[in-house]
Design a protein around this ligand. Sequence first.
Ligand code: COA
Length: 285
Amino acid sequence: MTNTTTADSAKPIPGGTLVLVEFDKGIAWVSMNRPEKRNAISPALAFEMIEVLDALEIDDRCSVVVLTGSGESWSAGMDLKEYFRATDKLSYDERMRVYRANGTWQWKMLRNYGKPTIAMVNGWCFGGAFTPMIACDLAIASDDAIFGLSEINWGIIPAGVVTKAVAGVINQRDSLYYIMTGESFNGVRAAEMGLVNQSVPADKLRERTEALARTLIAKNPFVLRQAKAAYHMAREMSWETAAEYLTAKADQTRALDPERGQDKGMAQFIDDKAYRPGLGEYKRG
Ligand code: COA
């Protein structure tokens, strides 16, 4: 099912041109769709992606977003022609508007997304594409996907916010090695460095990604949302501030969780002896 309306949602999902959406039992498979341009990110794709992500956040058919690419690429990064050469001719204000659209979906929306996100890296992943890939909560790559911080090869630094994103997940030696050499590497190496969670043979990529998405769908969605927000915030804080913040966040989670997960989980473990939190989740519903 691609970009259609069902009884579950009042509005059709936008997109359908440069961004495709396919629903499958709670998973929204979202594809950057310019295969003939290796899914290079153009301004039009960015504007379409903003609308799609915005709509999916409140669409009942979507519990998890999987971000991937049509054809043999995840994404060849920023469209050199449409994002760089074409914008050279624009006024400063017009250029900033286009750049802002890119930052909006690539990290402001994805890093703070209410639902879990998984990058399924199925092929080429270069430069600017690192930002949305890293901004997704989790990432699974094909062993033979090819990654590269190729900016140095064409005379620029990894800007936008690529360098910052890379520094958040890869250690200093490996970050600088790939930033400075522009050498490409495969999915196996990406997993070794912690750039993705795991790499698997190409023919197992969708299956593994779907299994991970189903694991997330089984969890309490409100607590998942709070947990990932807490991670991003606490990471930037001192221990003292983090302790205060996390206590307040935990209280907020308990107070606002529509499922009353904490109380339920506790009762099922302590009173009913019905499950082991170390071995799986409490019985929801
Ligand atoms: N921006 C604009 N166009 C791009 C692009 C990009 N980042 N990446 C690929 N394309 C276009 C090519 O210009 C070509 O267009 P054309 O058919 O009109 O000539 C088409 O996509 C296919 O690319 P091609 O290079 O022929 O494919 P390939 O399979 O041989 O190589 C890559 C794939 C990804 C290795 C190669 O396209 C590449 O190096 N792209 C640039 C990657 C990069 O440095 N990205 C960083 C941007 S921040």
